[in-house]
Design a protein around this ligand. Sequence first.
Ligand code: C2E
Ligand code: MG
Ligand code: MG
Ligand code: MG
Length: 285
Amino acid sequence: LAKNDGRNTYRFFDQELKNVMAERAALEQDMRTGLDTGEFYLVYQPQVDLHGQVIGAEALCRWQHPQKGLVSPAVFIDIAEKSGFIRQLGHWVLEQACKTLRGWRADARLSRLSLAVNVSAQQFHHPDFVPQTLALMASSAIDAERLELELTESIFAQDVEQIAEKMQTLKALGVCFSLDDFGTGYSSLNYLKRLPLDQLKIDQSFVRDVIADSFDASIVAAMISLGESLGLKVLAEGVETPEQLEFLRSRGCRLFQGYLFAKPLSEADFLASLRQGPAGAGAQA
Ligand code: C2E
Ligand code: MG
Ligand code: MG
Ligand code: MG
């Protein structure tokens, strides 16, 4: 766009912005009705240990829009967060995850699997979050030890004592906590020290270039030893290649999630994949 066309350019962007806003408002409305009409569902991405053995899964939310098809979580989670709808959606996700865990409970092979659920900062900070979650745990009759909640560094905007207290209430039941997308937000070592976390999830943006970029390689190695020395489990996200896996293992990482092992799957496909034994390159070790 030419410089001497400044006014038209402005008008163009103004119109674009209005379109984007209208589109987001429409999606927000669609989301509210879509949650009631069954357009949302969960998929399950396996998490594996050093032997490629599946130890659990992360539940990820999907939205099948009647006209637009599958909408990316990057789009709808963002809209849900900015509109406050995330609290309702997040609770629904937690409810579904508990139903799934309840279903696994009777099967000896499945009852030891953990299920991780993403909890957004806004959802976590709301005064109803802990009581609602406690009520859900009580009514769904699951083994609380099997449920893992993933928090991101965006929760750190609030008072650390208050966050720790909420976490403790749920941990008393056996619920575990992971710090998701570790390294991408406002991490402070003070938070790592003062929050009762169980696991760090190294963000996929660091894992992606771990072979080509020596800076990322150093960061990842440091994250693994930091987690280890703080007594936390460390899981690497977004593992796509055997070379990345080998690097991570050589630096002491023991838990993995990524396309190398499996993409997020329907529950049926996830359960079928368990019957096939060790997954990905881990099987050859
Ligand atoms: P996340 O929690 O960090 O989840 C991991 C994302 O990485 C997922 O994207 C997953 O499909 C993707 N992924 C897994 N392995 C690989 C890999 O090897 N390579 C690459 N390139 N990507 C991989 P997805 O499902 O699109 O979700 C994106 C984000 O949306 C999630 O990131 C999470 O922050 C958010 N999200 C999804 N479901 C929920 C939910 O129920 N509640 C909340 N609050 N957030 C959710
Ligand atoms: Mg996550
Ligand atoms: Mg993540
Ligand atoms: Mg992520």
